[in-house]
Design a protein around this ligand. Structure first.
Ligand SMILES: Cc1cc2nc3c(=O)[nH]c(=O)nc-3n(C[C@H](O)[C@H](O)[C@H](O)COP(=O)(O)OP(=O)(O)OC[C@H]3O[C@@H](n4cnc5c(N)ncnc54)[C@H](O)[C@@H]3O)c2cc1C
Length: 381
């Protein structure tokens, strides 16, 4: 079925993104995979093309349009070229709403212009060595001292962790509050004494993506760097997580579509027993199942994006989209590896890279199990 989600403005934005990626990212991505992170230069190059902060108000240099379709276009294009190291979606889709919706005017003036130009790369740090799915376990804490908060603790698995100039750190600010309450979002900036980066972590995939440990040793952060309300961090996270999960769903479907399309070409070309391997009935059925799942997923996603634009997209909606699309992607990529035979295990083939690059999608942003918990609880069970 024809996709009707996008109009000519989105198509123009797609063309800009495609040209940018072809020129500034694709020729260098293999080198960045060896180096373990992308060249910082691509952030400012993307900013110059208007690819960062499309929803940031124009007065701060942004696109001034709150329309998640632009975010989706950039993710689709980035995924289509296999640029798994480029952390724009974390910046545009995940941290942007915190910085546009929860900040004071003074904070907006300080951070948003750099956010849009790519001079301020952002990250969000929830996960700790002892607390991932369960935010109640967060031990990073910040104590008030005069006009500062003194932050102590450790985070891990932080996307953009090495490049980030501004990290939204989730810390406990009310030690007496129960469970996940008493958390706050504290913006920690590059160069603050006591803020150190640990290892750029060695992952099975996404080798050009900097995923890092962060350490906070009595970092004095001005209280004016609290984002949103003090002690309301958990509520803020719950409000913003649907967009993060929708973003992962966009990437999952785009990733599955890209690998499926390439595999379809491959199985038409590759011969065994005198015929294309795709023409064996078993493989044709496998292909038919994947084509059907993708069609359904894309149709569902387009509706989800419009619901989100209308402000109706809920935590439960996003949990459903996140777990199903990422599990679908995992299934599709695995089957596409099989259809490639031994070549599917060779990293020179995009399908092999996708196998390791995308295995994380059912885990980060909330695991499949946690998503099902959210959906299940909404059913009253
Ligand atoms: C590449 C990468 C990038 C990441 N980027 C970021 C980032 O930018 N910022 C950030 O804060 N974090 C980030 N993360 C962390 C990620 O969000 C967590 O790894 C994830 O939420 C899972 O937490 P965990 O690793 O502690 O697993 P655990 O919570 O220890 O879970 C282990 C297993 O137990 C299951 N489990 C846990 N609780 C339940 C339950 N109640 N019922 C059933 N099963 C359960 C989980 O589903 C999982 O299968 C990233 C991780 C990776 C690997």
């Amino acid at each position: 079925m024809q996709r009707t989600l996008y109009d000519e403005d989105h198509d123009a934005f797609r063309s800009t993104a495609r040209t940018f990626l072809a020129k500034e990212v694709v020729p260098f991505h293999d080198d960045w995979e060896k180096e373990g992170l992308v060249d910082r230069r691509i952030w400012t190059a993307a900013g110059a093309q208007g690819l960062l902060g499309t929803d940031v108000p124009e007065q701060y240099g942004g696109g001034g349009v709150k329309d998640f379709r632009y975010n989706a276009v950039l993710t689709e294009e980035t995924i289509a070229v296999g640029a798994s190291g480029v952390g724009f979606s974390l910046h545009n889709d995940v941290t942007a709403p915190y910085l546009t919706e929860l900040t004071t005017d003074e904070q907006k003036q300080r951070w948003l212009p750099g956010f849009v130009t790519g001079e301020i790369i952002t990250a969000i740090a929830m996960t700790e060595p002892g607390a991932g799915s369960d935010l109640q376990g967060i031990t990073t804490s910040a104590k008030r001292d005069g006009s500062d908060l003194v932050l102590t603790g450790q985070k891990t698995f932080i996307t953009n962790g090495i490049h980030a100039d501004l990290v939204l750190v989730v810390a406990r600010t009310d030690p007496d509050a129960k469970a996940a309450h008493g958390l706050s979002l504290i913006a920690v900036e590059r160069g603050m004494p006591g803020f150190e980066r640990g290892r750029n972590l060695d992952k099975i995939g996404m080798h050009a993506q900097d995923t890092a440990e962060l350490f906070f040793d009595d970092v004095r952060v001005p209280a004016s760097n609290v984002v949103g309300e003090l002690n309301q961090g958990f509520i803020h996270l719950m409000t913003m997580l649907p967009q993060e999960r929708l973003s992962i769903a966009v990437a999952a479907i785009a990733g599955a579509r890209t690998i499926f399309d390439r595999t379809l070409e491959y199985v038409k070309d590759r011969k065994a027993f005198g015929r294309p391997v795709g023409s064996f009935q078993h493989n044709r059925f496998v292909l038919a199942e994947m084509a059907t799942e993708l069609e359904l997923a894309e149709t569902y996603l387009d509706k989800a994006i419009l619901e989100h634009n209308e402000g109706r997209y809920t935590v439960v909606d996003a949990a459903m989209a996140k777990w199903w699309t990422t599990e679908m992607q995992k299934r599709v990529v695995d089957r596409c590896v099989q259809l490639h035979g031994g070549y599917g295990f060779m990293r020179e083939y995009p399908v092999a890279r996708a196998y390791t690059d995308t295995r994380i999608t059912t885990i980060y942003g909330g695991t499949t199990e946690i998503m099902k918990e959210i959906v299940g609880r909404s059913l009253g069970v």
